[in-house]
Write a protein that binds this ligand. Structure first.
Ligand code: TXA
Ligand code: MG
Length: 331
């Protein structure tokens, strides 16, 4: 029996912490660090044992593949084959909140376990100074799912990571709250570019860069291991808090807490046990940044239900509504 490691938390503002993160990764350790989207739980992409520990720490189903994080497009080309669309998207949006699913390169050094046996690989160059410094110091790709226990919402602060993964990971680099607050948008370039997961980069920006519409991935409401969805991690209940959610409410019921949006609250809001507003001004960028931490806070209120006001579907609203629907899909 091995005792669980003590989880250290270091400030990402400190250069010595970056060196420790790189050494820990090189030794097969698990390091949580901030990206501009959410905190990731990193492991050496070439180290199958470290990746196995990572799946174990998250309690993640092993068929769910990971994103390989790299410093830039040049580093990504050692892992994956880029067609013209992929090259254009990487040039336009990297570093940034866009993940590309591409054919795996012939001599791709990423461990098979990280790609769950697929012949494609997800790659991303994150735009966060701490993530970039760790990638530079480590000098190799880092696989990193969101740094939450499987089935919990993605962490946007080091405190969220600690709440989920204390004693299960070696090191947490604290770089403050993540600015985007939603996971990256995932686009497959395996033919006509296809949106696999809405996220921090709005679809419209991607379509403008491509000069055409993205194909829509078939929706798998009840994904299961034997009906492999295009983005295997998009299980319907992936983002579930423990408290049930009721979406698009027009009235708050007794005993409910309220996740509000915009300046005009719904009827019964004054009776809600607790109210958190995603954006009192109705700003979708602010709402995205607050989404997961507000869900976590309301989940701790021991309410019968989290009532959620409607959020517009435009821009980042598509990704926010996607996450809310997943959080509401239970059982
Ligand atoms: O913003 C983000 O993307 C964060 C930060 C840490 O980079 N990472 C993140 O990773 O959200 P994760 O593992 O929580 O979600 C990655 C998604 C999963 O749904 C996974 O199934 C999908 O990417 N994915 C990975 N490789 C894939 C592939 N080859 N084909 C299709 N989907 C893939
Ligand atoms: Mg995740």
């Amino acid at each position: 029996m091995t005792a669980p490691p003590a989880t250290r938390v270091l400030s990402g503002a400190d250069d010595a912490a970056i060196g420790q993160a790189a050494r820990c990764l090189a030794a097969g350790g698990l390091v949580a660090f901030p990206t501009e989207t959410v905190y990731g739980l990193g492991a050496d992409a070439g180290d199958g044992r470290a990746i196995a520990r990572l799946y174990e720490a998250k309690g993640r189903p092993a068929f769910n593949p990971l994103i390989a994080h790299v410093a830039d497009a040049a580093a990504a080309r050692a892992l994956a084959r880029f067609d013209g669309d992929a090259a254009r998207l990487a040039e336009t949006f990297w570093p940034g909140p866009l993940t590309l699913v591409l054919p795996k390169a012939g001599n791709c050094p990423v461990a098979e376990l990280a790609t769950a046996g697929l012949d494609t690989i997800a790659v991303r160059a994150p735009n966060h100074p701490v993530a970039q410094k760790i990638l530079a110091a480590f000098g190799k790709p880092i696989v990193a799912p969101s740094a939450n226990r499987s089935g919990r919402v993605s962490p946007t602060t080091a405190a969220h990571v600690l709440a989920d993964l204390r004693g299960r990971v070696d090191l947490i680099i604290d770089g403050g709250a993540t600015p985007v607050g939603l996971e990256s948008t995932i686009v497959a370039c395996l033919g006509a570019p296809m949106l696999l997961r809405p996220g921090g980069l709005p679809r419209q920006a991607i379509e403008r860069a491509l000069g055409r519409a993205l194909a829509q991935a078939p929706h798998h409401g009840e994904a299961s291991a034997d009906n492999a969805p295009p983005a295997p991690g998009m299980l319907a209940s992936h983002y579930a808090p423990r408290t049930p959610l009721r979406l698009n409410v027009t009235r708050v019921a007794p005993g409910e807490v309220l996740l509000a949006f915009g300046p005009n609250l719904v009827a019964g809001a004054d009776k809600a046990a607790r109210v958190l507003n995603l954006s009192p001004h109705g700003d979708l960028v602010e709402a995205a940044a607050n989404l997961f931490s507000h869900l976590r806070s309301l989940d701790t209120a021991a309410a019968s239900c989290i009532a959620v006001m409607p959020v517009p579907q435009s821009g980042l609203g598509e990704a926010i509504n996607d996450r809310l629907q997943r959080a509401a899909a239970r059982g």
